[in-house]
Design a protein. Structure first.
Length: 197
């Protein structure tokens, strides 16, 4: 069974009390009850920890992408489940879009509509192209997060009406899920995670 197109949004939907990803994509999301809004100092700390966690996950994802042979990029554990390249390009889409937008950043100017662009990204299977997109998308995500003004991160963010903490936990939780998925994929094709050698 194919996983949802927007897993980061599914996780975030649970955090903000929504019921489905499409609700989170609405520009007028239902107000969130009983959530803490932080001051600028706390927001700066949360932003930096969020970025550090994503950066740590990024390093391992890229290490796995490099270690898995090119001929295994189209391998999938079962019919209807994402292949290695599809998982990696799904992560690319999250770094271009969900990571930055979750803390009031922006996707690249030419990113297009997420519902159209994200599925197209997953069609890339060439290893060199996937690795290039991993680098490019992470550079974009990191720059957007690092540049986020803490004074502007103290409320809730459209389109999800989530606090910074909710958005960060939703996104990093999803990234760790994909890292675990890629570790299982790598082991299934005979590749040991480089950091565990």
């Amino acid at each position: 069974m194919r996983r949802p197109l927007f897993p980061a949004l599914v996780v975030a939907s649970l955090a903000v009390g929504s019921t489905c990803p499409s609700h989170l994509l609405a520009q007028d999301a239902t107000p969130v009850a009983n959530t803490a809004v932080v001051d600028a100092k706390a927001a700066a700390y949360l932003r930096d920890q969020y970025l550090a966690d994503l950066d740590s996950t990024h390093v391992k994802i890229v290490a796995l992408a490099n270690a898995i042979p090119a001929e295994k990029f189209t391998w999938r554990p079962a019919e209807g489940v994402r292949s290695v390249s599809e998982v990696l390009m799904h992560i690319v889409g999250e770094w271009y879009f969900f990571g930055p937008v979750s803390v009031a950043g922006q996707p690249p100017a030419d990113f297009g509509a997420p519902r159209e662009t994200l599925p197209k990204l997953e069609k890339t299977t060439d290893k060199a192209a996937v690795l290039a997109e991993l680098d490019k998308s992470w550079a974009h995500c990191k720059a957007q997060l690092a540049a986020a003004d803490p004074a502007q991160l103290t409320g809730r963010y459209k389109p999800w009406n989530a606090t910074l903490a909710q958005a960060a936990f939703g996104m990093t939780g999803d990234q760790h899920e994909h890292l675990g998925q890629l570790i299982a994929y790598a082991r299934s094709v005979g590749v040991k995670p480089p950091w565990s050698k």
